[in-house]
Ligand binder design. Structure first.
Ligand code: SF4
Ligand code: SF4
Ligand code: FES
Length: 216
């Protein structure tokens, strides 16, 4: 164990673990979307978990930094908040915000982050770019909403953990990236057991079992 200081509070943490994990375990809530315990190498896609560390010139993503003795960390500086607000606004610029028709309404990580970071769910200064397919229902038991997906990778991670190999993966590139059950454009893999674990872990309303959508 080593001692580090976060927001003027000294905490004792395991050495060499992701700083984000150490902070969360100690009740220090750093915004994050794409990090999950046991995920292996952090995917670091959401760019939300920034902190400032004494001695570093710029804020760093706390999921990719490992704890070491005597670190002095700040989680709530103007520079950190500005980066988090930009990252969230960017995610929202490719998101179809339609909360009243979404099964994740009121339990959605994006809604929580927007509230916390004081970012509008529909930022006025940003164009909204949406993918052409709003809803993919080709899977027998799951529905995928590309324009709600924040590409956090959590569904892929739980699928890999449960089945030894991921039956879901990211497909395509850049703005067109989607979660696919086949590695290409269609959302179906015959080996999928329809366990629903991927839908359960989705932090937003991007993946749902057809059951979860009853009434919507
Ligand atoms: S995923 Fe969240 S922010 Fe997006 S429409 Fe659903 S509830 Fe609203
Ligand atoms: S479907 Fe949900 S869990 Fe999977 S990458 Fe998209 S937002 Fe994350
Ligand atoms: S949680 Fe660190 S970049 Fe997403």
């Amino acid at each position: 164990m080593v001692n580090i200081i976060v927001d003027n509070r000294e905490i004792s943490v395991e050495e060499g673990v992701p700083l984000l994990a150490a902070c969360l375990e100690n009740g220090i809530d750093i915004p994050n979307l794409c990090w999950m315990e046991g995920m292996g190498e952090p995917w670091a896609a959401c760019r939300l978990c920034f902190v400032e560390i004494e001695g570093e010139k710029q804020p760093v993503t706390s999921c990719t930094v490992l704890t070491r003795s005597d670190m002095v960390v700040r989680t709530d500086t103007p520079a950190v908040r500005a980066l988090q607000q930009s990252a969230l606004a960017l995610l929202l610029s490719v998101h179809h915000v339609d909360c009243k028709n979404c099964h994740a309404n009121r339990k959605c990580a994006l809604q929580d982050l927007a509230r916390r970071l004081k970012v509008s769910l529909k930022p006025k200064h940003l164009e909204n770019y949406l993918k052409p397919v709003e809803r993919d229902e080709t899977h027998p038991s799951l529905v995928y909403f590309p324009n709600r997906c924040v590409l956090c990778g959590k569904c892929i991670h739980v699928c890999r953990n449960l089945h030894g190999q991921p039956l879901i993966s990211f497909a395509r590139r850049g703005f067109d990236t989607i979660v696919s059950f086949q590695g290409d454009d269609t959302v179906f893999n015959a080996e999928c057991t329809s366990c629903g674990a991927c839908a359960a872990v989705c932090p937003v309303g991007a993946l749902a079992t057809k059951e979860m959508l009853n009434g919507l």
